[in-house]
Design a protein around this ligand. Sequence first.
Ligand code: SF4
Ligand code: SF4
Length: 97
Amino acid sequence: MKFLLQNISETVIMLLEIMFKLSKEVITLSQNNSKLVVKKEFCKGCGICVEFCPKKVLTMENGKVKIADIERCIKCGLCELRCPDYAIFLGGNDDEQ
Ligand code: SF4
Ligand code: SF4
């Protein structure tokens, strides 16, 4: 019984990890290889990041933020700073690809 429960919990954790990875969008900047990460499951579609982005990198699509043109990003960090839900940020770990 203990073995069965352990297997179930490991399977649930694995499924949650897969869902988490599938639900985010990672863009690599071509010039300096840094990243802008959007966690769409956290995005409530308020549009604050879109309004504050000085380079019009971001837009809204189907109630979620979308990266419209990553090449315009100057890595100012305003989107990360202003997002109330921690749904968008610069950088990220190497395993977030
Ligand atoms: S880091 Fe700055 S330029 Fe890049 S998407 Fe965020 S607000 Fe826009
Ligand atoms: S500020 Fe955050 S929650 Fe609002 S649209 Fe942008 S990423 Fe989504």
